[in-house]
Design a protein around this ligand. Structure first.
Ligand code: SDX
Length: 436
């Protein structure tokens, strides 16, 4: 990735220890500015400190752009609104990984690979027999994805040469792992992938079909699932994607890097929020719907409760994905003739929160997780698999970032610095002199 053209004549000046240092300034394709501090320590002897990397860029990337103030999100230059409306998830997965929307031929080839790689090695299928009942689906997913490196070691030696195969293998097998883990949890026979079903139809069939209760694929549900997976496709340097990059930067194989990303996504502050939102709404509903009590709890600095599904590190305006999902909620529930009181409750909470000074001052809006669970629930996905669905959608984005990093000649192993605040120069204390 050649970055020279993004440097501008303007310099940033840093005054320190009576000296003035000049630091290069970059401007990205959408006008975002960065001060390049890659030589800061060699010039000044100083490092920067930035908890949570709130002001720190880890890389230049050509995959996703988001503008938190304007509520804009695009993948490879295409708006999320266009992609969610006009594409299938497989097309968007191809776009994220390869950088361009596929031609008919390319799409046919990619779909063919997804079909070819949709089975799991039968020895891997036996792993499901050993996970105890009630095992968290995200733990199973992370373990099984890591185990792919055991069953497909050939892909590890020349990662970039095999990236197309590894991408298709992962995108297809993760879907199978998710569905198999559900069937095992239900104590039902596994349903294997079909060559004549699309990506989303296959997943739904593997999840909900059984020999005594055949599953009829509903195009409305397939469309809703495509949309949800597309909307979760990528989101620049979020926690789990940064995890995939950091782990991958040590030359770790793609499967293990993705497994680490799945673990990061599991957190309730990150991808685990979609499950926590439904659990929060169900609790409020069970208590009689008094959501104002929970809004007050969320505002109380002494109360650890947060209004899950609200707030975002980058979006200080509406999350464009939440807007699309909220509309899709109405469409899907109406089409499926489902009345879900949790949707009405969510809308009431949003309406009240968006006029409350606490949320307005902190620019807290519904994020991607606030409404997504309503649709997953309507489709029949169990709550403890909502974050697995997030991972299914985010997988192409993780792969795209891992590949971009491998291809980037600016890449270095990730190794942040620190400021030390511990004890200094302590004389050694022999065991006999150590008091309790
Ligand atoms: C995702 O990064 C990504 O792109 C992530 C993601 C993706 O696609 O990958 O978009 C997916 O992770 C969405 C976020 C899902 N998480 C939640 O919904 C959990 C609830 N939200 C919060 O925990 C919080 O908003 C975060 C974690 C999302 C963002 O936290 P930040 O940026 O570190 O902000 P902060 O915690 O410093 O909050 C700033 C202020 C604080 O108040 P003050 O100390 O200034 O008084 O806002 C308050 C916070 O207390 N605040 C909330 C709140 N979120 C922030 N108060 C109540 N409820 C909330 N949800």
């Amino acid at each position: 990735m050649k970055l020279e053209k993004y440097y501008v004549p303007e310099k940033a000046e840093l005054k320190l220890d009576g000296k003035v240092y000049e630091l290069p300034v970059m401007v990205g394709e959408e006008g975002e500015k960065a001060i390049d501090i890659s030589r800061l320590r060699s010039m000044t002897g100083c490092i920067t400190l930035d908890y949570g990397y709130m002001n720190t860029g880890s890389c230049a990337s050509a995959i996703t752009y988001l503008d938190g103030d304007k509520g804009i999100l695009s993948y490879r230059g295409y708006s999320i609104e266009d992609l969610a409306e006009k594409c299938t998830f497989v097309e968007v997965a191809y776009l994220l990984v390869h950088g361009a929307l596929p031609t008919e031929t390319e799409l046919k080839g990619f779909s063919g690979m997804l079909n070819k790689y949709s089975l799991l090695h039968e020895d891997m299928v036996h792993f499901f027999d050993r996970f105890p009942p009630g095992s968290p689906p995200m733990s199973i997913l992370s373990s099984m994805v890591n185990a792919l490196a055991v069953f497909y070691p050939d892909m590890i030696s020349n990662p970039i040469e095999n990236i197309d195969k590894m991408s298709a293998r992962l995108i297809s097998k993760v879907r199978t792992i998710a569905a198999f883990s559900y069937k095992k949890a239900m104590g039902q026979p596994l349903v294997y992938p079909r060559h004549d079903y699309s990506y989303c139809a296959n997943f739904l069939n593997m999840m909900f079909h059984s020999s005594v209760d055949p599953y009829e694929v509903n195009p409305i549900v397939v469309d809703a699932l495509n949309k949800l997976l597309i909307l979760h496709g990528d989101h620049e340097q979020n926690c789990s994607t940064s995890t995939v990059r950091l782990v991958g930067s040590a030359h770790v194989n793609l499967y293990a890097s993705i497994s680490a990303g799945i673990s990061a996504l599991w957190g309730p502050l990150h991808g685990g929020a979609n499950q926590a939102v439904i659990e929060m709404l169900e609790r409020i509903h069970l208590e009689g719907g008094n959501y104002r009590k929970y809004i007050e709890k969320a505002k109380d600095a002494n109360d650890p409760f947060r209004l899950v599904g609200f707030g975002h590190r980058v979006y200080k305006n509406h999350d464009p994905r939440a807007r699309i999902i909220k509309k899709a909620c109405d469409d899907v529930l109406q089409a499926l003739k489902i009345e879900d009181p949790l949707l009405d409750l969510a809308k009431e909470i949003e309406e009240v929160a968006l006029t409350d000074s606490y949320f307005v001052e902190r620019r807290l809006y519904p994020n991607v997780d606030f409404y997504s669970g309503i649709i997953y629930k309507a489709i029949g996905i169990p709550t403890d698999m909502f974050t697995v669905m997030f991972a299914l959608g985010r997988l192409p984005g993780w792969i795209a970032h891992w590949k971009e990093m491998w291809d980037d000649d600016n890449w270095k192993i990730g190794r942040p610095r620190q400021i030390y605040v511990g004890p200094v120069a302590r004389p050694f204390v022999p065991m006999e002199e150590r008091s309790l």
